[in-house]
Each structure stands twice: as structure tokens, then as C-alpha cells.
Ligand binder design. Sequence first.
Ligand SMILES: NC(=O)c1ccc[n+]([C@@H]2O[C@H](COP(=O)([O-])OP(=O)(O)OC[C@H]3O[C@@H](n4cnc5c(N)ncnc54)[C@H](O)[C@@H]3O)[C@@H](O)[C@H]2O)c1
Ligand SMILES: N[C@@H](CCO)C(=O)O
Ligand code: NA
Length: 826
Amino acid sequence: MARRAGNQRMKVLKFGGTSVGSIKAIESVLGIVQDNLQRGEKIAVVFSAMGGFTNQLLEMGNRAARNEDYRDVLKKASDRHLEVINHFIGPRFRSRVIADVMTLFNELEDLLRGVSLIREISPRTSDLLVSFGERLSTTLVTEILKDRGVDCAFLDARKVIKTNAHFQQAEVNFELTNHLIQHHFAKTKSLQLITGFIGSTEDGITTTLGRGGSDYTGSIFGSALNASVIEIWTDVPGMMTSDPRKVRNAFTIPVVSYAEAMELTHFGAKVIYPPSLTPAFKANIPIKVLNTFDPAHPGTIVTRQAPRHEYIITGISSIDNLALVNLQGSGMIGVAGVSAKLFTVLARYDISVILISQASSEHSICFAIDPKYSEKVREVIETEFSNELRTGDLEGVEIQEELSVIAIVGEGMRRHTGVSGRLFSVLGKNGINIVATAQGSSELNISVVIERKDLSKALNVIHESFFADQVKTLNLFLVGSGLIGKALIRQLEQQEHYLRKYKNLKVRFIGVTNSRKMLFDEGGISKEHWQERLDTEGQQADLGYFVEKVKSLNLPNSIFVDCTANKPIVDYYEGILEASVSIVTPNKTANAAPYDEYARRHRMALKKGVKFLYETNVGAGLPVINTIQGLIASGDRFQKIEGVFSGTLSFIFNTFRPGLRFAEVVREAKAKGYTEPDPRDDLSGQDVARKILILAREIGLELDFEDVEITPLLPENCQQAPTVDAFFGELEKSNAVFEKWVNDADAKGEKLRYVATLENGKIQIGLKSVGADHPLYPLEGADNIISFTTKRYHDRPLVIKGPGAGAEVTASGVFADIVSIGSYLS
Ligand SMILES: NC(=O)c1ccc[n+]([C@@H]2O[C@H](COP(=O)([O-])OP(=O)(O)OC[C@H]3O[C@@H](n4cnc5c(N)ncnc54)[C@H](O)[C@@H]3O)[C@@H](O)[C@H]2O)c1
Ligand SMILES: N[C@@H](CCO)C(=O)O
Ligand code: NA
């Protein structure tokens, strides 16, 4: 239809300060405007001041009022505007446009001079001052578009938006304003480019519209013109599920209700300021939030009706820094007036309350405020409630600082149970303390006050939990990059794709140390090139520092993996668990420590709700510990545990034959990765002792090393050798001793097995020669065999058998523990 344009509805576009803040941004804006025109859209466009300029104007005003120099700032600002002209405007119009803009700057300078003469800046002058921002930016874009041949005109909103004289936050006279806007648009066909943020009184005195002012302008024009849509163009792709600077996985919310947008904004989401959109909502005009720097992105649509979301919640918002005021006292019980008086008093002093929570005992009331009001609030309460404080009806004012509030927001929460349960549980699992909570009765938001240091961690875990198909990230810190450590990283690298696809899990490798060097990278260390990076970029290893760093980074879902055989390291475990970091380890030292110490660590993990996992302490990757835990949990009772618990000794006695040298066989076991870093830990029986002690404790026995009876294997000279090398030398010397064992057994057709038994609360370990009919006879390679006789497995024991040492099988056990933490956290 030829006359389509006649009844076609208008679109109102509004560009924020960042959209006109640089040449590149203005380039995008021009593209968006011209695209619309080419598509035949009927549009009107509102502009903010160039990013940062409004603040500069205010700064210049303050300087002038103090009679300080402001010309450097003024010069920078005019240069910035001239730069835009020089870039965009062709030679034909350039000097005229420069002259126009310089006229505005001269006017601005006159005003500033006036301010410095009278040494004061009133709200009225301040409004006039900041109006230059929008007038200049809009003038620039108008001239550029004219230069490009677009039929357009500059519209100073002061001509049509009429307000009262409440400067800095003027109220609009909608009747008059709507009439003037409609009248203006009826007269013109040109594209109107409109100054945001400003209006004027009926007498023509400049006013400004307060917070979110240019959005408000867009909304006023949109409703007056009955626009089909209002597009708010900014520098982010719409409203996001959380602040993307704090939550890497945040994503754009496609549709949000007006009420949700209000809640999100109240708690810190700064993309739009919904109250400024009220006129549009009253007129039921949808709002789109779009990204100037990515115009193809669909952004966010803000609608009046509650949309159906894919997730239970719509978004997570937060306020970084707040203080919590707690008022307590028996005088509050049943006395209706106290809270009424409290909030009336606060309102009178212009102190806005961010959140309120009152326990049903009515014994205390607590509310959150901006910490800048802390002292004032204390003063106000102490004065206004001095009677109650004197009589003891109120006990006093307590103010806690360094807090943050997080709000989960969404209309979908109304239809769901267990939302707050999930919120509290995910925070609990990450050791985040909840200081206070509040839930609006609209069920549109649940807020939790937490310590400020935990904010980023909390936002991330909540985000992961509620946007469940989002990949969960585990943050890994590895100590010990020897045999097991290396194999583990390799396996994590190989399985990266699998974990993501089938477990929704990403293991980010944040820190690594061996005994020489250490390296951290919060962005993640590549699992392919970690070794080169550690060698070249690593700093000198310092375990204490490493542990402190793990704690202070305070990342969500942190796991500390100890792949050393180091003893002192376990002294750090309790503190690590206390910091809500899980531990996974093949190192047996911690669980074989004196019982008190052992119990303390396990209690700490329980208390903090984090995991301490060590499946590989016994039988490497074989499922020994998990099996015991399963049986115990299901109520089974253990009568006897018996088996071969040493991969090294199993291999040695399966390999050693008359004619071979014992030392050679031990060397081979070491080369195959079966032995402890010091093979004497295996040959002395210590390693086996630790393992069976660990199992004894798993089944609930409070045993210690003294309760283990070991028949020693090694002659004293081997055991006492000062170094591992010297030890091998001593083994060579003692070959006759070992040969005799094996010759004796061989002569009887038997095999040697290093057996550990736990029965009647007693542990015995020693070498046995067993015949072909014995259940321990058929072992091969580095196999372990472990049999459980229990109340349920009574006639025939439950037997676990298979390779019980070696880098790959051990690393895979560590891997499985890490993955199980991922599932626990989900
Ligand atoms: N090898 C196996 O089959 C097996 C099976 C189950 C459990 N384990 C256990 O796995 C652990 C590791 O064994 P491995 O064979 O990989 O040993 P390894 O000697 O190859 O590696 C130990 C690593 O720990 C590092 N390390 C030692 N002290 C350190 C410190 N204070 N700070 C930082 N790093 C330190 C070393 O630099 C080295 O990178 C041991 O506790 C062992 O008992 C091994
Ligand atoms: N050195 C140990 C490793 C497994 O814990 C063994 O030989 O069994
Ligand atoms: Na195991």
C-alpha cells in the first residue's frame, strides 16, 4: 500500500552514553538508524550525552563553585566533540558545524564563569549545566546524518517536555507534554533527533528528569506517540541472568516482566531503570534492550505480562556493599508501633532501606542500608529511641558491615516449591554463611545477606545451580606433579569433552605446585601445556603460600588435590576444609595419622559440608573405600578384613624367582610406578599397615599404629640406609636373605604373599607362604586382593581383586573422586 507510512506506528530508539561515547560507537549508531530508514521504519531517536560527559559537567560546576580551574576538563571535552566532527563531517559543512558546536561551548563557558563568580551552584543552574551534554551529542548526530543526506531535525526536548520546577528530578506534566509532542510530530515529516534527560518548566527554565532520565525521555515520547516499541540501545546484550563481570556463564534473559525487571534493578542490575519506563508500560508498549555493538543480538524484551521462562528463576542480582542494622529488645514484642516509628524516622532522614527482615519472635528487627548511612542511622536511632534504650526495652543498635546481598528473582518461583531450599543448600555446600534472609510475600524475590568476601563465589554457585544446564565448573588446585599428578592431568585433558557433554562438568585447573615450582592462573592453566608453563613461568614453590592462595581466591567449587606422599602437607588439611575447599588425595598420610587428628579432619569436612575423598588410599583405583562405606551405610557389620594390600609386594613376589636378584625386581617395581617414592615404605610393611589401619577406621574402629603388629621383612641394614640409592646398595648385599625365602617356598610348591588381617579389633601383617589351594595363591602382576567377611557376606566373603598400584589406575581413582564432587555439588 502506497500510504502505508501514514498509519504506520512509530518506533522510538534511545541511545545511551556509551553508544555515542566514541567514533566507533557513533558509527554503529548511524548504521542502526540508517538501517531502520532503509527498511521504511518510522522512527524517532533519543540520545544521552557522550559517555562520561555529564559527570565532567558536574565536576566543572563544582570546581567553578569553589573558584577552582575547570578549563582543562572543558578543553578535553570540546576536543572530544571536535574529533567527532572532524571524523564524520565532510569539508562542505565542517566549519559551520564547528561554529555551531563552539557556540554551545562558549555558552557553557559563560555559565561556568557565572558560577565561579557567585561561587555557588544551585540545583537549577546544575540542570542547565548538564543539559549541554544531551544538546551537544544530539547536535552532533543530527549534523552527521544531515551531512549524509538524511532528512532530519534536532529536537530540543525542552520545547515539548514540560515539568514542574523540582530541579534534578522534575515531574512531568503529561497532559501538556503529550499534547505538545503530538502537535510537533503532526507538523513534521523529518526524522526527529531528540535530547534525552531534559525538559523545561512552562516558563522555559531547564529541568532534568532524574535517574534513568534518557530512558524516561524515550518512554515519554513512546507513549505520547503510541509507539509500537521502544528500543533502549546500550553497551550490553540486554538484561543478563547475572552481572557478567562476576559470573562468566551469565547469559541474556530473552523476556522479562516489568515486575522482574524492577526487582533485578532494585538489587543492582543497572542496564535499565524500570521506573523510567512507567509511561511506556501504562501504554502497554513493549521495551527492547539491545546492544549497539552487536545489533543483530536479539537482546531482552521487557513486557507487562509475566513471561514463561525456561528456568525457575529469571535472574540473580546483587548489591556489593551494604550494612545490616540489628535492633533488638523485649520492648519490640507485641508493640505494633516500634517498626512503624523506626521506618518513619528513617524516611524522615532520607535513609533508604534496601531490605528488611523480622523474626517471628518479634524480638529483633534487622534491615540493610547503604554503609555510608551507618553512622547516621546509629545516631538517629539513639536519639529517636533514647527512651526505649534507657528503659531497656531496646537493647541497642548493632551494625554489621562488609556485607553483600544477593537476590534471586523470578515470577516462576511462585509456582515452585523448594526454591529457597535449593538456594540455602548450594550456599551451604560451598561454606557460604548466610547472615540474614528476606523474602517478599509476592514470592518474586528471595534475598540473602552474606559476607562480602563470598559474593562472587556465591553468585557463581547460585547461577550454576539454577541455570542447571549451564556447565558446572570445578576449580582444581594440584599439589604434586609426579607420576600420579601427571597421569591425572592427562586423563582430565582426554576426558574434557566427555565431562562437558555427559556430566555438564568443566574442570578448570587453577593452580599447580611440585616441590620446586608453583603456578597460578585464575583463567585456567592449559592441561596440555601446563608443564612448560610451570617450568618457565612458575615461581619458587612454597606450600604455605600455595594453600593461602587457594583459600584467599575463594573460588566456588574448589578442590585441593594432594598427589604427594608428603607428611607435613596434611597439617594444612583442616584449614583447607575449614575454608570450604574439598580435598581429594591418594596420600595416605592424613588418614593414617594419630586417631585424634584423623577424626578432627573428618569432622571438619562434615561440619563445612565439603568432601574429603581418598578412594585411592587403598587398592589404588579399586573400589575399596566406597564399597566399605556402602556396606556400613546399609547397616552391614564387619567381622574380618584380609588380603594383599601392596601392589609393590604383590609384584615382587610374583616376579622374584630363584636366580633373579631381589634388588633388580624392586627396581622394576619402582620403574613401573608401583612403589612409594621411597620403596622402603612398601618393603617395611608401613604402607600396608597404613592401608589396613585406614580400613579399620572406616568400619568404625578407633585404632592407632600401635595396634598394628608387623612382622618385619627387611633386614636392619636395608631399613637404616640413609638414602634410596644407599638402600638399593644394601638390598644387593642382602640378596642371600631374600633368595632363601623364595627357594624355601619354591621347594614346597608355594608362593609368598604379604598378608594383612583385621579380626577381633586386631591387625596382623606378615609374610606367608601359601599353597595352590589357598585363596591368595592365584594373584598376578601387581594385583591386590581384599576380602570382607561381614554379617551379610558370611559364608563366602565379598572379594575385590585387581591391579592395586600404578599411575593410570591410581589417577583414574582420583579422577572419579573429583567427578563425584561435581555430582554432589549439582
Ligand atoms: N603409585 C601408585 O600406584 C600409588 C597408588 C595409590 C596411592 N599413591 C600415592 O600417591 C601419591 C603420589 O605418588 P607418586 O607416585 O605420584 O609420587 P611422585 O614421587 O611421583 O610424585 C610426588 C610429587 O609430589 C611433589 N611434592 C612432594 N613434596 C611436595 C611439597 N612439599 N610441595 C609440593 N609438592 C611436593 C613432588 O615434587 C612430586 O611432583 C603418594 O602419596 C602415594 O602414596 C600412589
Ligand atoms: N605403593 C603402593 C601404591 C598403592 O597404594 C603399593 O605398592 O601398593
Ligand atoms: Na581404592
